[in-house]
Design a protein around this ligand. Structure first.
Ligand code: UD1
Ligand code: UDP
Length: 381
């Protein structure tokens, strides 16, 4: 029987690979092995728990305050042993993390085929986002199959000379995950109530009918001065707009925790909370007024729910929603963030223009398409 190994390590990869793990495990003709690097520990476990995934292999590599050398070298050497033991016919990786890059490199050294999920997104600036653009481009070079979420990502791959036959446009698996979770939280009354109660404990204001901005931020290129500027912007906005709340589930990276807690702790309408479980986050996203983020995945999810997104980056590898008008790049400068949030809080016409429900990322059937394609390829081997 052919063997497929699915590898991921961080929160966003887990969210986007979870439905694919289930689809492959349901396939009778394929043996599926799930391997997590645990580049993230707590934030990965939150997702595994929500999606009921029990990894077959857990490399457990995360160290507090790890740097890129730690993560890359640890995964590369541990993956060698995993690949020797498991000898998969195909390894599936996702996106642009160091888990993705180091795993693809290990497969390349071992002569094992790689399928890249969420392939072909590009800024074409190797340093932005850092190191993700590099990770995604090199994984593209090392991959045999490319699962591109959109026609644009496919054309990026073709421009680089990748073989058309090995590229499949699938939509983004994040939409598969989003549908699964929305269905669960909105159709099951007791689930809905349970999540509401958990959120009530975290946010002591009437979040169901009070305007709030949902914030996330963690990009490496924003560490240092940019993060201080971002926090100062949120502080100024919170002081100016006392009737608006600012909800910030803070990423566990110490480079994020430190400035955020230093500058924003103690403000009455700013809620610094732990990273939320995926279901809780999507639930809250539905109630939010707008989103301020530097996240990749949230740029894909929020437009589906008609939420305007201000992205604290200068470039994005996800231009589809920017072109449609629901996402706007505002960079990481204090003045620009304050100006753009103020505009959306005060100018209803501007807000309505951005609050359009728009989803350029597929029909929620990306995983089916990937499984179908992989089966065809493995049968032909
Ligand atoms: C990583 C990815 C980034 C992705 C992001 C998603 C790389 C280089 N970066 O960045 O592409 O967008 O994940 O969130 O692959 N930590 C914990 N517990 C956790 C997770 C993180 O304590 O569950 C802390 C640890 O101190 C860890 C640090 O955060 O050392 C940094 O984690 P790391 O994965 O290296 O970087 P991220 O900034 O999370
Ligand atoms: N997310 C979550 N809990 C939170 C914040 C975000 O589950 O408290 C989800 C969010 O819905 C999205 C993903 O995490 O699917 C994005 O992860 P992150 O921003 O860490 O990484 P990126 O997408 O930038 O790589």
């Amino acid at each position: 029987m052919k063997k497929v190994m699915i590898v991921f390590g961080t929160r966003p990869e887990a969210i986007k690979m979870a439905p694919l793990c289930h689809k492959f495990k349901e396939e009778e003709g394929i043996k599926t092995v799930i391997c997590v690097t645990a580049q993230h520990r707590e934030m990965l476990d939150q997702v595994l728990n929500i999606f009921n995934i029990v990894p077959d292999i857990d490399l457990n590599i995360m160290k507090k305050g790890q740097d890129l050398f730690d993560v890359t070298s640890s995964i590369l050497t541990k993956m060698r042993d995993v690949l020797i033991n498991e000898s998969p016919d195909l390894v599936l990786v996702h996106g642009d993390t160091t888990t993705t890059f180091a795993t693809s490199l290990a497969c390349f050294y071992m002569g094992i085929k790689v399928g890249h999920v969420e392939a072909g997104l590009r800024t074409n600036d190797i340093k932005a986002p850092f190191p993700e653009e590099y990770n995604r481009q090199t994984t593209g070079i090392l991959s045999d199959y490319h699962f591109a979420p959109t026609a644009l990502s496919k054309s990026n791959l073709i421009d680089e000379g990748k073989n058309k036959e090995n590229i499949l446009v699938t939509g983004n698996t994040v939409i598969d995950s989003l549908h699964l979770v929305l269905n669960k939280i909105n159709s099951d009354k007791s689930k809905h109530m349970a999540i509401s109660e958990r959120i009530n404990k975290l946010l002591q204001f009437q979040w169901e009918d009070t305007r709030f901005v949902l914030i996330t931020g963690h990009r490496r290129e924003n560490f240092g001065q940019s993060f201080l500027d971002i926090c100062e912007a949120i502080k100024e906005l919170a002081i100016k707009n006392k009737d608006t709340h600012f909800v910030y589930p803070v990423h566990l990276n110490p480079n994020v925790q430190e400035p955020v807690n230093k500058i924003l702790y103690g403000l009455k309408n700013v809620w610094l909370i732990k990273p939320l479980e995926y279901e809780e986050f999507i639930f809250l996203l539905q109630y939010s007024y707008l989103v301020l983020t530097d996240s990749g995945g949230i740029q894909e999810e929020a437009p589906s729910l008609g939420k305007p997104v201000l992205v604290m980056r200068d470039v994005t590898e996800r231009p589809e929603a920017v072109d449609a008008g629901t996402v706007k790049l505002v960079g990481a400068s204090k003045n620009n963030i304050v100006k753009n949030i103020d505009l959306l809080l005060t100018n209803e016409e501007m807000y309505s223009k951005m609050a359009l429900s728009h989803n350029p990322y597929g029909d929620g059937k990306a995983c089916d398409k990937i499984v179908h394609f992989v089966k065809g390829e493995l049968d032909g081997c």
